[in-house]
Design a protein around this ligand. Structure first.
Ligand SMILES: [Zn+2]
Ligand SMILES: [Zn+2]
Ligand SMILES: [Zn+2]
Ligand SMILES: [Zn+2]
Length: 336
């Protein structure tokens, strides 16, 4: 019954624009109440299981001012200035959390600093117990803007030091930042190294099916289930594991959309070696999307928010569905 449709171009590839301008609705639907009905081959993510937390970014053990090991890649005078910078950076260490005190910098009446995260939780200066006023230290702020601070993940092996204004951006991209669980929805709080991700998935998300091969069909069952639903499965090929995600969301009241995307269990760098293609095939119709897989380090939520993935609405889904089941052809290819 799909013959009778509003898509005019019904004999070839349906052109589609993937950039929807959306409001900044945060992706709160997640999978909170969404997993209710899913029984499928592409399983809705039941984020069951226990959460093992492993967080190498803990405070107390860090040595921010360690110079020797990092300076070897610099030349002579550069390593000298690096060591001065590291000494300076240590002056900005918060006595409570060992993170850096960055502008705007406030001090106690005796001149001790505490970071802006810890400050609201304190009644007095952690160093001298004197009152914490609202005294700004402009000189320290000026110095702070010239100091090279080590990356937050230096204790996990990152050798990079940068100006505080560049620090947050780098840390978001830093390869030493721990990986989080790649399952959609925010319910699993696991974090760990890249090499531990597959083990985590096999232990904590046993219900996710894996198919072998570069060309497979991701069959999402019961796509008419109400509410926000995620379907997830794994594909293994080229010695790598890919996670296929189909997410149904209601971004606007009464308007549900599907978002399909592939992420690599790997780094952003590794993603550059691959491309994926998603294709829906129906009666004299085809809808396709090709892109580079996302790294799980980056996650898929931003891509979904920006519609940087295969997007279609429920009526399009009906054109391709068979008995409420939607088959998505997934092809992974390599560029190298
Ligand atoms: Zn602090
Ligand atoms: Zn003080
Ligand atoms: Zn880093
Ligand atoms: Zn998980």
């Amino acid at each position: 019954m799909a013959e009778n449709t509003s898509i005019s171009n019904n004999s070839g590839i349906v052109e589609f624009n993937h950039h929807l301008v959306t409001d900044q609705e945060t992706r709160m639907s997640g999978s909170g109440g969404s997993n209710s009905g899913g029984t499928s081959i592409g399983n809705p993510t039941a984020s069951v299981g226990t959460v093992s937390v492993l967080l190498p970014s803990g405070g107390g053990t860090k040595r921010r001012s360690a110079v020797g090991s990092n300076s070897s890649h610099n030349g002579g005078s550069a390593s000298n200035s690096a060591s001065i910078s590291a000494d300076l950076a240590s002056l900005f260490e918060c006595p409570v959390c060992f993170d850096y005190v960055l502008p705007p910098i406030l001090q106690c009446q005796s001149g001790h600093l505490v970071c802006s995260t810890c400050r609201p939780k304190l009644n007095c200066c952690p160093t001298c117990r004197g009152p914490l006023g609202n005294i700004r230290n402009l000189a320290m702020e000026k110095v702070a803007s010239t100091v090279m601070f080590p990356c937050k993940y230096s204790s996990s092996g990152c050798p990079v030091s940068l100006l505080h204004s560049e620090k947050v951006e780098h840390e978001e991209l830093c390869e030493c930042r721990p990986y989080t669980c790649p399952c959609p929805g925010a319910s699993c709080k696991w974090q760990g190294g890249l090499e531990q991700v597959m083990e985590h998935l096999m232990v904590a998300h046993k219900s996710i099916t894996t198919l072998q091969g570069e060309d497979i069909v991701f069959l999402a069952t019961d796509i008419n289930l109400p509410g926000a639903v995620d379907w997830v499965m794994m594909q293994s090929c080229f010695g790598h594991h890919f996670m296929l995600v189909l997410e149904k969301q209601e971004k606007y009241e009464g308007h549900q959309q599907f978002f399909a995307i592939v992420q690599l269990i790997g780094s952003r760098k590794q993603c550059e070696n691959f491309a994926y293609r998603l294709e829906l095939n129906g009666h004299r119709r085809r809808l396709a999307w090709e892109a580079t897989p996302r790294s799980i380090h980056e996650g898929v939520s931003t891509a979904i928010l920006n519609s940087d993935c295969l997007v279609f609405d429920t009526s399009t889904a009906q054109l391709f569905a068979d008995n409420g089941n939607l088959g998505i052809n997934v092809t992974i290819s390599t560029n190298v």
